[in-house]
Design a protein around this ligand. Structure first.
Ligand SMILES: [Zn+2]
Length: 244
């Protein structure tokens, strides 16, 4: 609540500043977000870091087995993901990312760029600085952010059900203590072990359509009490008790 209030206040300040400068009050486009603000409409053919920022936020809106690239190139797959995002949130689904789409994203993100229903602290029960894993701390944290946006899409697709994360990033020390595999994606920051209100099979099945390439659930050894999702370069799904 405090964060939301702070964001609204910041937006108000920006609008007032715009009004003083003689713009904003009539342009109808004045909006600043504490995390990231897009300054142009994006569509197929666009490229740049603003496209990458968009891709991070819509990568959970893909078809089963699909993984969106974070390549900064707005191609057909990015347009399709934007369309699914728009449709899921009741916007006109044209595959073009303009003010309405960005407004929805602003409403969905916290000042630190995490989606509203997830936080960095939930993706790291191991340490405070994301160090000691298989990648740099910055990469591990960036990977966790991508995973959170996929989970935000997944929880919305499931009807806004709460999803709890019992384990996320792990340093080698934390991974050993948890009995994780030596090549675990938890060492990279992109893995999340899910619990929460939906059944494990519901979570495992739904994860297929939200950009996760590694899904382990009921029936897979040591995965009867959670569902593991990650972005593994070598895709692998196994939840035999769920028919996966
Ligand atoms: Zn796991």
């Amino acid at each position: 609540m405090l964060r939301r209030t702070a964001r609204m206040f910041a937006t108000l300040v920006m609008i007032m500043a715009g009004a003083v400068a003689g713009v904003g009050a009539t342009s109808g486009t004045a909006h600043a977000d504490e995390c990231y603000t897009w300054s142009r409409t994006l569509s197929q053919g666009s490229s740049g870091s603003d496209v990458t920022q968009l891709q991070i936020r819509v990568a959970g809106w893909v078809t089963s087995g699909e993984r969106l690239s974070y390549d900064g190139q707005y191609g057909a797959r990015t347009a399709a993901a934007v369309k699914k995002f728009q449709s899921a949130y009741g916007l006109a689904a044209d595959g073009v990312a303009g003010p309405q789409t960005f407004s929805k994203i602003y409403a969905l993100q916290d000042p630190d760029c995490t989606p509203v229903h997830f936080a960095y602290s939930e993706l790291n029960h191991c340490n405070s600085d994301w160090s000691g894993g298989a990648v740099s701390a910055a990469t591990a944290k960036a990977n966790a952010l991508k995973t959170m946006w996929k989970l935000e899409a997944m929880r919305h697709a499931l009807g806004d059900v709460p999803i709890t994360i019992s384990s996320g990033f792990r340093s080698y020390a934390c991974n050993s203590a948890a009995g994780g595999a030596s090549t675990s994606r938890h060492l990279y920051g992109d893995a999340a072990d899910l619990t929460g209100s939906p059944s494990f099979c519901t979570l495992a099945k739904e994860a297929r359509s939200h950009g996760f390439s590694e899904i382990l659930g009921p029936g897979y050894p040591d995965h009867n009490d959670h569902v593991h999702v990650a972005l593994d370069p070598s895709p692998y799904w196994s939840a035999p008790n769920c028919g996966i």
